[in-house]
Design a protein around this ligand. Sequence first.
Ligand code: EPU
Length: 424
Amino acid sequence: MDCIQITGGVPLDGEVWISGAKNAVLPIMVASLLCDGPSYISNVPHLQDVTTTMELLGRMGASLAMDDGMRIEIDPRGMHQFEAPYDLVKTMRASILVLGPLVARYGRAVVSLPGGCAIGSRPVDLHLRGLQALGAEVSVVNGNIEASAKQLKGANIIFDTVTVTGTENIMMAAVLAQGTSVIENAAQEPEVVDLAKFLNAMGAKISGAGSNTLTIEGVENLHGTEYSVLPDRIETGTYLVAGAITRGHVRVTRTRPRDLDSVIEKLRETGAVIEVGEDWIDLDMKGRRPLAVDITTAPYPGFATDMQAQFTALNTVAEGTAIITETVFENRFMHVQELQRLGANIRVKGNTAIIRGVDELNGAPIMATDLRASAGLVLAGLVANGTTTVDRVYHIDRGYEIIEEKLGQLGARIRRVASPRKTR
Ligand code: EPU
């Protein structure tokens, strides 16, 4: 197993390009099962979750090919198995996304019920209720969700809570339903919009993507298409925070600034000087210590929960006290105890963390618990004195392409090494 070793203290300086968005490419790959021929998806990031999705689709009988390294061809014509087994679902919860497309296109699906995870209990009840509203028979047997339907029928669905993959799952199911479906209280995340654009490019009729109401007119079939995935706003935000926390100057390119309004606003509050172009963002701290910023996470266009750990890290060395309120996932403060090992002053009460900025952090061995938590830990390592070793980096490989190379390009002293042997 690998870990990431960082010697902190270098103000980052330079330019870094942004990869395709993990949380868009996963549903888009899965949506390609809905059509009758091959689809070509480009700007695909090299991530463990993409590999897991390829394995999942391949096991079902889809044929997949990667050409120039960033484009995948997915041809679902060989599909013969309609199951997402536990060994894959437990490594990637997003496997639940196959449920809607399988039932809509092939009439049946067996998907292992995802358990809880490091950031919260994360039920999928809204996915199941949405599918039932479209007319599917759904039951949970021996830890598996079993769903079937001869023909889904359009329906009105109102989600109790905004759910990103829930919206995506039901949207993918509804595109092949008979009649019109309306999803209210739908997620408005850019990744949901990207999926809707991909589905429309395949011949679906979805309107309202990006608002809280989606209207989907069912069609009889969909055709393969070509699509380029949008840039990753969370990766973008993470590199901007890397610039801010190290009092450096970072320019991110090949990104889409309009998806980061709330993050840019908060970074400006820290004292960063930010310029924005069509596909780049330039952040310059001018050598100054960041000021503390309060954050409350919320569904888009609110402040993304996926950026919370990174801002928690930033606040540990900021001037002043910050209050972070996590409203999306109940247990997303696992990084706090690790940051405390570096000397951070953080108190957690319920869904709130109070962070008093300290003058310096000191390197230590620490452990990643989930994807975004590990990004927060790497950021803290960039400013800690001496060496910080972040173990269990497989979490980070799920969502950040070549992070050590990209940070290295910005001047960070960072390398991937084999984890020290464990003794019992
Ligand atoms: N919820 C329910 N019932 C459901 C579904 C969700 O109660 O049936 C609750 C969840 O427990 C949570 C809230 O609704 O409290 C929002 O969860 P959501 O369903 O939106 O999360 P998700 O779709 O499972 C996606 C991203 C996450 C991201 C969240 C929130 C993907 C593949 N995953 O998860 O990304 O944090 O939306 O924006 O799109 C990550 O990339 O590290 C990551 C965890």
